[in-house]
Design a protein around this ligand. Structure first.
Ligand SMILES: [Zn+2]
Ligand SMILES: [Zn+2]
Length: 315
């Protein structure tokens, strides 16, 4: 039997995801529809009605379907949203049963390395300052380690998903939309989604993390996952930095061009492996797909015909 906390987290995850995605739809696609040049990343593939709520489960209730949607859009996106809520509830349940490595409001002496670090720090500022410093340093460091792990593991997982077998059977659903908009991030085959969620939630079982560090990690990954597929230009951190800067155009480029920018939310793994492309460095020969002409016009570039390799044709 699940604890009340696990059930509450299930509902909270559903409400927060729906609320944030709905806000983006309302604020940009509805309220800001007359100033798309300020925020829209790619021209939409199809004209869509921004006045109708795009929450997939709402499609089921009303029978409304956005033009150009995959026939399984509502089924897959709803399944994956519920799947992600199950993972949140599952990790909460494990936490409540003491099966994770998460630490609720730990004292500095409980943190790894305390026996070595605290006496060293106490020499310079006393015991209280040493504890506060180690708590702050450890909380930030383990948060960064979790983010680093996620970017590395997700990068290789994503590369595997682009191998022909996995692409044909799993990943092609996520690439159905070359110009994603709110709620399209959940367009994933459930098997692929489950693999991704295992990577995403694993830090709770891998690293001794204060709960606040884990929640900050999940908030960053959750928000950037939504932003990555919003079609909205959102940037924060150090501008242009692969390590300390975020740019929603990077993953949007992955959906547009298919064969670059596999890493998210930060692109340092693509920089290391030479698979990074910025919007400013797009070669015309890399651009393909149904949005190519509109995109080329937007970029002011000319397409060289016959040079395109597009594995979406595996369909
Ligand atoms: Zn991909
Ligand atoms: Zn994506």
């Amino acid at each position: 039997m699940l604890t009340v906390n696990a059930c509450a987290v299930f509902v909270l995850q559903f409400v927060m995801y729906t609320g944030i995605s709905s806000f983006l739809q309302w604020y940009f696609y509805n309220k800001g529809r007359d100033r798309t040049d300020d925020w829209k990343l790619q021209p939409p593939k199809h004209k869509i009605d921004p006045s109708v709520w795009w929450l997939p489960i709402f499609d089921w209730l009303t029978g409304y379907h956005k033009r150009g949607r995959h026939p399984w859009h509502t089924l897959l996106t709803t399944t994956n949203l519920l799947n992600s809520c199950c993972f949140s509830a599952g990790v909460t349940e494990l936490y409540m049963r003491g099966k994770t490595k998460l630490l609720l409001l730990p004292s500095a002496t409980e943190l790894p390395g305390a026996a070595i670090v605290l006496p060293f720090l106490a020499r310079y500022g006393g015991e209280a300052v040493a504890k506060a410093t180690w708590m702050a340093v450890y909380s930030v460091a383990i948060f960064l380690i979790a983010c680093l792990y996620q970017c590395v593991a997700e990068y290789y997982w994503h590369r595997v998903m682009h191998l022909p077998f996995f692409y044909r059977h799993l990943h092609k659903y996520h690439h159905y939309y070359t110009s994603p908009s709110p709620f399209d991030d959940m367009m994933i085959h459930p098997l692929e989604g489950t693999g991704y969620y295992i990577i995403l939630y694993a830090p709770a079982l891998m690293f001794p993390m204060p709960l606040h560090s884990f929640l900050a990690y999940m908030a960053l990954m959750g928000l950037t996952g939504i932003f990555d597929h919003s079609g909205i230009s959102i940037r924060f951190g150090v501008r242009g930095s692969a390590w300390f800067g975020y740019d929603s155009r990077d993953h949007d480029m992955h959906h547009m061009l298919y064969n670059c920018n596999y890493s998210f939310p930060f692109v340092f793994m693509d920089k290391i492996h030479g698979t990074y492309r910025s919007i400013d460095s797009v070669e015309p020969s890399l651009i393909s797909g149904p949005d190519a002409q509109e995109l080329m016009a937007r970029l002011g570039k000319k397409q060289r015909r016959g040079e395109v390799t597009d594995e979406r044709k595996l369909d």
